[in-house]
Design a protein around this ligand. Structure first.
Ligand code: SF4
Length: 429
């Protein structure tokens, strides 16, 4: 089988190939390039949850690489799936996994390349039902809503398992939706599938035409990670993280930094247990050599030290995503260095204590010096620091203080190479 995905398909381990006969055919689409999408755990999670169901076949697609995209546009050939090079428009459901709002334009490009009309009212029974889920869609669905038939706010686990019965109901025994049926759904409430997992007392509002729509989970708690946590299901050297086995050790975050959407979107933090983590590695459909422990705040996992020790005992290399300075200890830093991590990332965010207090991140700001010292003692020689500018109440003095802080860090730790990343604060609705 040849096609635009052949190069990637050849190198993949763990991809699922199922016979489509009589099953619900879902194309899982990531609105960015293959290497970005394959580094996204949400995509892997939904891929597994769908393919675990005997009556569902799920295949993936992505935005093709620039040369191939140009070729598709020139020849008029439609975008296809990675697994079988089937045209995306043949799906019963086209499900987008959208982590960031910046991917919304990618959704439109992917629809266009798949020969699927952009607007629901222009789609007929011949076109897939177009749905979307993911962090961006949960946090801020309005910009993409006019292009979707439905959207799935909240955790994938709350929706994916019941997708076949939902599809059979909404399309009346599996029939695809007609144009008038799609057209009549216009509001958030009409288009939402499944429960909206928001902590009681932490309601999420969406405004449209000046009117406020309020959503809550009706008292339901978010699901626990009692099943296997999200992990790499298909290993490929072409992912942004290469052949690192990504493993979700926690979802959401116990901290409440005022600028951060994570705790508001996901509610209370959930942690995978050490047993679940080891089981996820043991049952992976390929040998695991290097593990990327993923969580918004991995150092706050109650068993993080035991997890690192267990991975070292198994002879595995591992890395942790961005570390929270005030929960990074000297022991943890030693374990991280032993696990093979050469660069750590810390996020003091700002250069002054006043602004750190204003954004609710005082502890992480004050303890960043200790964390860098622990890292240096452990033999880590590269530290990446994240900062933000444009925060409410920020003054010129606050911004200049970032430069002074970096100079002082370099002076105190001449053996460490510092890299600063400064991004603009983006207010969220
Ligand atoms: S620690 Fe990080 S993930 Fe947690 S609330 Fe603060 S910024 Fe967000």
């Amino acid at each position: 089988m040849r096609g635009i995905w052949e190069r990637y398909r050849r190198e993949e381990k763990g991809a699922v190939r199922k016979d489509r006969g009589g099953k619900l055919f879902v194309v899982l689409a990531f609105p960015d390039r293959y290497k970005v999408g394959m580094a996204n755990l949400g995509l892997h999670l939904v891929y597994r949850l769908l393919n675990e169901q005997p009556d569902v076949v799920c295949e993936r697609t992505f935005l093709p690489d620039p040369g191939e995209e140009e070729e598709l546009r020139r020849t008029g050939r439609p975008l296809t799936t990675v697994e079988s090079e089937t045209p995306v428009y043949e799906a019963d459901i086209l499900a987008f996994s959208i982590p960031w709002e910046v991917n919304y334009l990618g959704v439109l490009r992917l629809l266009e390349l798949s020969k699927i009309p952009l607007l629901p009212e222009e789609r007929s029974e011949w076109h897939p039902v177009v749905i979307a889920g993911g962090f961006a869609v949960t946090m801020n669905p309005l910009p993409i809503l006019p292009f979707l038939d439905f959207f799935c706010p909240g955790f994938a686990e709350g929706v994916v398992k019941g997708l076949t019965s939902w599809y059979n109901q909404v399309g009346d025994r599996g029939r695809r939706l007609s144009s008038p049926e799609r057209k009549q759904r216009t509001t958030l409430r009409d288009k939402a599938i499944g429960a909206w997992f928001v902590e009681p007392g932490n309601r999420s509002h969406h405004r449209r035409n000046g009117r406020s729509k309020e959503w809550s989970n009706g008292g339901r708690r978010p699901p626990s990670l009692s099943w296997l946590p999200a992990r790499t299901e298909v290993l490929t050297p072409y992912s942004e993280f290469g052949e690192t086995f990504l493993l979700e050790i926690g979802r959401s975050c116990p901290w409440r930094c005022k600028f951060c959407a994570t705790p508001s979107v996901y509610g209370r933090p959930l942690f995978a247990s050490l047993d679940q983590i080891l089981r996820s590695i043991d049952t992976a459909p390929f040998p695991v050599r290097r593990v990327g422990l993923v969580s918004p705040a991995p150092t706050d996992h109650p068993e993080i030290v035991d997890i690192c020790k267990a991975l070292l005992e198994r002879g595995l290399k591992f890395t942790l995503a961005s570390l929270r300075a005030d929960s990074s200890t000297a022991e943890l830093m030693r374990l991280i260095a032993e696990g093979g991590q050469r660069t750590i990332t810390l996020a003091p965010e700002v250069g002054t204590l006043r602004l750190a207090e204003a954004i609710g991140k005082r502890g992480a700001f004050e303890r960043v010096w200790d964390a860098v010292a622990y890292a240096e003692e452990a033999g880590i020689r590269a530290v990446r620091l994240y900062f933000m500018v444009g925060l409410p109440t920020e003054t010129e003095e606050d911004v200049e203080a970032i430069g002074r802080m970096l100079k002082e860090m370099s002076r105190r730790h001449p053996r460490v190479k510092f890299t600063a990343s400064v991004s603009a604060f983006v207010p969220k609705p």
